[in-house]
Design a protein around this ligand. Structure first.
Ligand SMILES: CCCCCCC/C=C/C(=O)SCCNC(=O)CCNC(=O)[C@H](O)C(C)(C)COP(=O)(O)OP(=O)(O)OC[C@H]1O[C@@H](n2cnc3c(N)ncnc32)[C@H](O)[C@@H]1OP(=O)(O)O
Ligand SMILES: NC(=O)C1=CN([C@@H]2O[C@H](COP(=O)(O)OP(=O)(O)OC[C@H]3O[C@@H](n4cnc5c(N)ncnc54)[C@H](OP(=O)(O)O)[C@@H]3O)[C@@H](O)[C@H]2O)C=CC1
Length: 289
C-alpha cells in the first residue's frame, strides 16, 4: 500500500483561519502560506488599507482571503467581529493570534498608559480573540490556536512592558490548552527571536543599526526571516502537530540558549580544547586538578 504523507498541497483545504495582524510582516506572510495551502484566510487588523492590499495579493495568487478591521483590545468589537465572520464564513478552524507590538523604552520612562497599552495589545487582545473564537466556534467544532510570543525570557532591556505581556501570553497558552483540550482544541505559541520583518522598520532604523551586533549573539550567526516564523506557525496549525498542545516553539537560531554561556562559546572557538577549561574554569577548580 502506498504511504500517505500528511503533507499535501491542499493541507488546509476547507478550513477557515483568522490571522490577526495579517496586513503586514509575519501575519501577511503567514496568510499567504495558509492561502497557498488551501485555507480561506480572514485578515484582521486596525488599518483597512493594509488588509485590503494583502487580501488582493492573495486573490491575485488564486487564494481565498477576506478582511475585517478591528482593534483587538476592544471587547465588544472583538465579539462582533467573530460573530460576523462566523455568520459569513462558517466555523473558524484556526486562529493565528499574531497582532502585537511595542515601543522600545527603558522601564523607568514608561508611564502607566504606555504600559497598559502594550499589555492590552499583546496580552488582553490575544485573550479576547481566543476566548471569542473558542466560545463562538471552536468549543463546538474543535480547532487550532497559535499565539505570538517573543523571545524575551531572560529579560530584555527596553522591552519590559512587552516581555511582561509575552510571559503572560505564554501562561495563557498553557492554561487554554489545558481547559480547551476536551473540545479538540489545540493551543500553542511561537516565540521568535530577532526577525527581519517589515514591523521592525517601524523602529526607524534602530533595528537595522544593531543587526550586525545582534547577529554575533545568535549561534546560527544571522537573524531570521518572516517566512521562517510563518513556517513554524503553519506546522503548529497542521495535522503534523496533531498531538502538540500547550507548547511554545522558539524560532531564534538558538539565541535564547543563555547569555551567561557566551564567553565560553567564544573560547570554544578560539582556544584549543585542552587550553579551554584551564583558561575559563575558576582558579579554585584549577588548583584541585
Ligand atoms: C530595537 C530593538 C527592538 C527589539 C524587538 C524585540 C522583538 C520584538 C519585535 C517586534 O515586535 S517587531 C514590530 C512589531 N510592530 C510594532 O511594534 C509596531 C509599532 N508599535 C506600535 O504601533 C505601538 O507601540 C503599539 C503598542 C503596538 C500600539 O500603539 P497605539 O497606536 O495603540 O498606541 P498610541 O496611541 O500610539 O500610544 C498609547 C500610549 O502608549 C505610550 N506610547 C506609545 N508610543 C510611545 C513611544 N514611542 N514612546 C513613549 N510612549 C509611547 C504613550 O503612553 C501613549 O499615550 P499618549 O502619550 O499618546 O497619550
Ligand atoms: N519581528 C520580530 O523580530 C518579532 C516580532 N514579534 C511579534 O510578531 C508579531 C508580528 O510582528 P511583525 O510582523 O514583525 O510586525 P508588524 O508591525 O508588521 O505586525 C503587527 C501587526 O499587528 C497589528 N496590530 C497591532 N495592534 C493591533 C490592534 N490593537 N488590533 C489589531 N491589530 C493590531 C498591526 O496592524 P495595524 O497596523 O493594521 O493595526 C500589524 O499588522 C507581533 O506581535 C510582534 O510583536 C515577536 C518577536 C520578534
Amino acid at each position: 500500500m502506498a504511504y500517505a504523507s500528511i503533507f499535501k498541497a491542499d493541507l488546509f483545504s476547507g478550513q477557515t483561519i483568522i490571522v490577526t495582524g495579517g496586513g503586514s510582516g509575519i501575519g501577511r506572510c503567514t496568510a499567504h502560506e495558509l492561502a497557498a495551502l488551501g485555507a480561506t484566510v480572514l485578515l484582521v487588523g486596525r488599518k483597512p488599507e493594509k488588509l485590503q492590499k494583502v487580501a488582493a495579493e492573495i486573490s491575485e495568487d488564486g487564494g481565498r482571503a477576506h478582511w475585517q478591521a478591528c482593534d483587538i483590545r476592544d471587547e465588544d468589537a472583538v465579539k462582533q467581529l467573530v460573530a460576523g465572520l462566523i455568520a459569513e464564513h462558517g466555523p473558524i478552524h484556526g486562529l493565528v493570534n499574531n497582532a502585537g507590538g511595542q515601543y522600545p523604552s527603558p522601564l523607568a520612562s514608561i508611564n502607566q498608559k504606555g504600559f497598559e497599552t502594550v499589555l492590552r495589545t499583546n496580552l488582553v487582545g490575544g485573550f479576547l480573540m481566543a476566548r471569542e473564537v473558542f466560545n463562538q466556534s471552536m468549543s463546538k467544532h474543535g480547532g487550532n490556536i497559535v499565539n505570538m510570543l517573543a523571545d524575551m525570557w531572560g529579560g530584555m532591556p527596553g522591552m519590559g512592558h512587552s516581555g511582561a505581556a509575552r510571559s503572560g501570553m505564554d501562561n495563557f497558552t498553557k492554561t487554554a490548552a489545558f481547559e480547551w483540550g476536551y473540545a479538540g482544541v489545540r493551543v500553542n505559541a511561537v516565540a521568535p527571536g530577532w526577525i527581519a520583518s517589515s514591523g521592525m522598520d517601524t523602529y526607524e532604523g534602530a533595528f537595522k543599526a544593531v543587526i550586525p551586533t545582534l547577529r554575533e549573539h545568535v549561534p546560527l550567526k544571522r537573524i531570521g526571516t518572516e517566512s521562517e516564523v510563518s513556517a513554524a506557525i503553519v506546522f503548529l496549525l497542521s495535522p503534523a502537530a496533531a498531538f502538540i498542545s500547550g507548547s511554545t516553539l522558539k524560532i531564534d537560531g538558538a539565541a535564547s540558549l543563555g547569555s551567561r554561556a557566551w564567553p565560553l562559546h567564544k573560547a570554544s572557538h578560539s582556544a584549543s580544547f585542552n587550553g579551554f577549561h584551564r583558561a575559563y574554569l575558576p582558579d579554585v577548580l584549577k588548583d584541585k586538578e
